[in-house]
Design a protein around this ligand. Sequence first.
Ligand code: UT7
Length: 310
Amino acid sequence: MKAGIIGMGRYLPEKIVTNADLEKVMDTSDEWIRTRTGIEERRIADDNTDTSDMAFAAAQNAIKDAGITPMDIDLILVATVTPDHPFPSVACVLQERLGAKKAAAMDVSAACAGFMYGIITGSQFIETGVYNNILVVGVEKLSKITDWNDRNTAVLFGDGAGAAIIAPVSDNRGILAFELGADGTGAKHLYQDEYIIMNGREVFKFAVRQMGESCVNVLNKAGLTNDDVDLLIPHQANIRIMEASRQRLELPVEKMSKTVQKYGNTSSASIPISIVEELEAGKIKDDDVIVMVGFGGGLTWGAIAIRWGR
Ligand code: UT7
């Protein structure tokens, strides 16, 4: 039994903060941010909107899109490093708000690779036949752990949520192969003390190497080549890192999803947000082969090759 994605939803805060807005409050420039990261603007949640509120909105959209009800959900996995509280988990808050009374619930902590970890963790329960419908959410309110006096990090991040329903799908569709990995020796390069602390250059080098390698690995495991790939959806951290993975797969520009210019780096939410963007643009069709790849603090990484459709 193969697990696949049968519904998607997202939520983005309304407030847009442009590079020009940041120029007014810190020593930076639109030119620097654009050329070094590809980011033009990002969404920032207001004080009354916490992580669980964004997760709830995205989850409702995914449930509707999948054509199921909250009572059909067996497990809720929320990938986040910015929960409302250390506990209860965001997943438990969601369980109550959705009325998903039959669902088990827990959060997954794998930073920007969190959505990859969540999808693969959930898919094990589907493929063993234990559960039928699993809600996986990638959500971050990074603005609350961003040091707005640190231009090295403040210009990079944004808030948002993306959600998927995973379930058994027909024979040729669903998750074809995956790779998850971690290297705790790199923990010092990206972590939260009070705020996000990052050694940008080290994370950059790691990301460029790992994203390309993981993409190649999942294609090999799935018995596919780069010619089979219809769309690459990399974690939207920095256009230069994303470009490196696209070039490693020798894909044309139009075969890579790019939303970083509009939303910045939304960590675990960036891949599901991009999936919804591509679905709405008609760029994902049934039976397309999609490669998703993420990396983040931990250090962690994950890649999935999936044949789209129910
Ligand atoms: O989801 C995972 C999260 N993390 C990442 O994805 C981060 C990965 N790393 C990166 O994306 C890049 O390393 C950055 C975008 C963070 C930085 O780009 P870079 O090309 O590696 O720049 P740099 O760190 O080498 O810094 C170049 C210069 C420095 O000035 P000096 O020392 O050369 O005089 C910085 O102080 O740019 C300066 N700088 C800025 N200038 C204007 C750093 N941040 C800014 C800023 N505005 N916001």
